[in-house]
Design a protein around this ligand. Structure first.
Ligand code: MN
Length: 294
């Protein structure tokens, strides 16, 4: 099942180019977004009830609604640094995920599908990183890798937009608009094996990334297990699995497109730099050296 958030905290089932509003499955007035409450309630919902609710609702066309990040308010966004060997080599770094653990991105950096990345500085390099993300389904703590995938609700696309330099990762990746997410969640039962996903990312019509998640250094089960050993995972939490080789600089006017097999739709955003100013921090010539622009 494909589940989207759209408009003013509405949730819907996506069929082809139609969206069926199923917001009524979740009571008004709870805390957190409807999608988070739907994910929490999911084990108590009969899938036929969800389908019936979708059948009862008259469909809107995807083109006529405004998709939002499928989980607009996760309690946290966990992300894997350096989780593909080819990206480790293009960044000229000697450590990968097994030495680094994870980092956090601010949930306020989420951007809706079709939204606009705003580059904040005019004297720094910003890169695209296309990634597979998993959405946590159930509260989880200290999971073994064997238990981990049972706690994943579904999968979606994520762009981990990144300022290069020596500042802390949590700073460089947390600017407003730096985490496009979507276009929707595909539930785990429908998405297929998370270790066999084709990933492609284009910038300005040029294909920059083409990979398969079988080449992840830590696979989804290992990432979820490790994350749950550090922190309690909550329904709707987002875990980004890392980016393969092919990162490169973004410029105002670019369009960035991410496609994952199993998603059934692309995540696409624009890039602008409407209010860019000089960077107030001095990390520009520090940190890992990214690949040259092609
Ligand atoms: Mn990344």
């Amino acid at each position: 099942m494909r589940l989207a958030t759209f408009g003013d905290d509405r949730i819907g089932v996506v069929h082809g180019d139609a969206v069926h509003d199923v917001s009524a499955l979740v009571d008004d007035g709870g805390s957190g977004s409807r999608m988070r409450r739907l994910i929490e309630a999911w084990p108590t919902l009969d899938s036929t009830a969800v389908s019936a609710a979708a059948d009862r609702s008259s469909p809107a066309r995807l083109a006529d609604i405004e998709l939002q990040p499928p989980v607009p308010d996760p309690t946290k966004i966990i992300a894997a640094p350096v989780n593909y060997a080819d990206h480790q080599s293009e960044m000229n770094v000697d450590a990968h995920v097994s030495a680094l653990g994870f980092f956090l991105k601010a949930p306020s950096s989420l951007l809706r599908p079709g939204g606009t990345i705003q580059l904040p500085y005019d004297d720094r390099r910003f890169d695209q990183e296309g990634e597979l993300a998993c959405i946590i389904g159930r509260r989880a703590r200290s999971l073994t890798p064997a238990e981990a995938l049972d706690h994943v609700f579904g999968y979606t696309g994520l762009m981990d937009i990144t300022m290069r330099g020596g500042e802390d990762r949590s700073t460089r990746k947390s600017f407003e608009t730096f985490t496009p997410l979507g276009p929707w969640i595909v539930t785990a039962d429908e998405f297929g094996a998370p270790g066999e996903v084709d990933l492609e990312c284009w910038v300005g019509g040029e294909q920059r990334q083409k990979a398969n998640t079988r080449n992840l250094i830590w696979d989804v089960a290992q990432l979820v297990s490790y994350a749950s050993s550090v922190t309690t995972l909550h329904p709707g939490d987002v875990i980004a699995t890392g980016t393969p080789a092919g990162v490169g600089p973004l410029a105002a006017g670019d369009t960035v497109v991410l496609n994952l097999s199993g998603l059934g739709g692309r995540l696409e955003v624009d890039v602008r730099a409407d209010a860019a100013v000089p960077s107030p921090t001095t990390g520009k010539d520090r940190g890992p050296v990214p690949p040259p622009a092609r």
